[in-house]
Design a protein around this ligand. Structure first.
Ligand code: FAD
Length: 387
C-alpha cells in the first residue's frame, strides 16, 4: 500500500511515522522550503506521549520535554490561586510536558528514512478513480498512491474535495507567544504550568527543553483584523498595557520580552465529513480547535495512530478503512473542539459569577482525565479487527 501525506506539520509527520512503522510506503509533501515550526512551545499530554513512545520516540521526548509537576496552578489575575492544573492521567502517570515545536518536528522527521519527506512541494490539485488517488503540485508534477491524507492545516487546500468549504470562525482573541530563556529569569519555576485568568484575557506559561526556556502565551481580545494564523512582529508595550495591574510575576516576565508575535485564533464547526473515497483529512484540516485545552497537536497525533492502524489492517480496501477512521475519530475530536471553546470562556472570565467559574475550573480535572486516559491504539485495533 502506498500513501501520500500532504503537509509536514506535527500531524502529517506523526502519521507518516505510524504508517512507515506498519510497513506502508509513505511520502510526505510539504509546501515550505524546509520543515519548520513557529518559535514557541507545544504542550504534550499523556494521550499522545503514549503514542510517541510506541513510535520509539520515548527517550527523545524525555530528553527534549519539560515535565510539569503537580505544583502547576490556575490563578486569578491578581495571583490568588484557583485550583491545581492536572498534570497526570487518572492513574497518576505524570506525562504532561512542554516541548519546543522545532524539537518535536525534528524528532518526527529524523525518525523517518531519508527521502520520505519532500519539501518545496505545494499540492494544488487532487483527483481519484477506483484504482488510485493523484495529487498535483504547483510545479506541474503529479504523484499517485492508494490513499491521500490531507494534513495541510487550518487552510487545507484539499478540504473542499471532501466537504463544502466552511468559514473559519474568529474567536475574538489573538494569542501572542514566544520563549524566554530561564537564564534571564532564573527564579521562574522550571517545572510548572501557570495560568492567570482575568477579564477577557489570560496568560499562560510552561517550561520547555528541560526547563531551560519558558514558553509564554498571552491571549487578548482583538478585532478581526488579523487573517487566519496571521503572524507578525508586535510591540511588547501592548502586552504591558494589556496586563497592567496583574500579578507581579506576569509583569516581570513581560518585562523580558523584546519582540512578540500574534496569531488570530480561529476554529470551525465540526465538519460534516472527513473522507471522500481515497482522500481523508487529519489534524487541523479535519478539526481545527481553539488552543485552550492544548489538544490540536495531541489530537492530530491520535488521528495518525488511528489512521495507520486501520489502513494497515485493510489492504485493498482503503476507502472502507478511511471511513472507519472517520467514524472512530469524529465524536471525540468534536467534543474536544467544544470544550476548547468553553474553556476559553472560563479563562477569559466570561461568567456572571466568578465563584462558578472557579468551581468549573476546579472540576475540569474530570475532562482532563477523559482526554489523557484515552489510548487511541486500543480503540483503533478494535475497529481494525471489525473491518
Ligand atoms: P499544521 O501545523 O498547520 O501543518 C500543516 C502543514 O501543511 C504545514 O507545514 C503547511 O506548510 C503544510 N501545507 C499546507 N498547505 C499545503 C499544500 N497545499 N501543499 C503542501 N503542504 C501544505 N496544540 C496542542 O496539542 N498543544 C498545545 O499546547 C497547543 N498550543 C497552541 C497554542 C496556540 C497559540 C495555537 C495557535 C495553537 C496551539 N495548538 C496546540 C494547536 C496546534 O498547534 C495545531 O493543532 C497543530 O500544530 C496542527 O498540526 P497539523 O499538522 O494538523 O497542521
Amino acid at each position: 500500500m502506498a500513501v501520500i501525506v500532504v503537509g509536514g506539520g506535527i500531524g502529517g509527520l506523526f502519521a507518516a511515522n505510524a504508517l512507515h512503522q506498519r510497513g506502508i510506503d509513505v511520502a510526505v509533501y510539504e509546501q515550505a522550503a524546509t520543515l519548520s515550526e513557529v518559535g514557541a512551545g507545544v504542550q504534550l499530554t499523556p494521550n499522545s506521549v503514549r503514542q510517541l513512545q510506541r513510535l520509539g520516540l520515548g527517550d527523545a521526548v524525555d530528553r527534549a520535554g519539560a515535565v510539569d509537576s503537580e505544583r502547576s496552578q490556575y490563578f486569578r489575575h491578581d495571583g490568588s490561586p484557583i485550583a491545581p492544573i492536572t498534570t497526570t492521567d487518572s492513574r497518576g502517570w505524570n506525562a504532561v510536558m512542554g516541548m519546543h515545536r522545532a524539537d518535536l518536528i525534528e524528532m518526527l522527521a529524523a525518525n523517518l528514512p531519508g527521502g520520505v519527506v519532500q519539501t518545496g512541494r505545494r499540492c494544488v490539485g487532487f483527483e481519484q478513480d477506483e484504482r488510485a488517488a493523484r495529487v498535483t503540485f504547483a510545479d506541474g508534477t503529479t504523484s499517485e498512491a492508494d490513499v491521500v491524507i490531507a494534513a495541510d492545516g487550518l487552510h487545507s487546500r484539499l478540504q473542499h474535495h471532501v466537504v463544502k468549504p466552511s468559514i473559519p470562525l474568529y474567536s475574538g482573541s489573538v494569542a501572542y507567544r514566544g520563549l524566554v530563556s530561564r537564564r534571564r529569569i532564573a527564579w521562574w519555576p522550571p517545572d510548572e504550568i501557570q495560568l492567570w485568568m482575568g477579564p477577557s484575557r489570560h496568560f499562560l506559561t510552561y517550561p520547555v527543553r528541560a526547563g531551560e526556556m519558558i514558553n509564554w502565551v498571552a491571549f487578548i481580545p482583538a478585532d478581526e483584523s488579523l487573517a487566519e494564523s496571521w503572524s507578525a512582529p508586535g510591540d511588547p508595550a501592548v502586552l504591558r498595557r494589556e496586563f497592567a495591574g496583574w500579578d507581579e510575576r506576569v509583569a516581570q516576565l513581560i518585562a523580558h520580552l523584546e519582540v512578540v508575535y500574534g496569531w488570530g485564533l480561529y476554529d470551525r464547526e465540526p465538519l460534516a465529513r472527513w473522507t471522500n473515497g481515497r482522500l481523508t483529512l487529519l489534524g487541523d484540516a479535519a478539526h481545527p480547535m481553539l488552543p485552550h485545552v492544548g489538544q490540536g497537536a495531541n489530537q492530530a497525533m491520535e488521528d495518525g495512530m488511528a489512521l495507520a492502524t486501520v489502513l494497515s489492517a485493510a489492504p485493498g480496501r482503503s476507502p472502507a478503512a478511511l471511513a472507519a477512521y472517520e467514524r472512530m475519530r469524529r465524536e471525540r475530536t468534536s467534543e474536544v473542539q467544544r470544550r476548547a471553546r468553553q474553556t476559553g470562556r472560563a479563562y477569559d472570565s466570561n461568567y456572571d459569577d466568578l465563584a462558578a467559574r472557579d468551581a468549573d475550573i476546579a472540576a475540569s480535572r474530570d475532562f482532563r482525565f477523559w482526554v489523557y486516559d484515552y489510548d487511541v491504539l486500543h480503540d483503533a485495533e478494535q475497529v481494525a479487527a471489525a473491518l
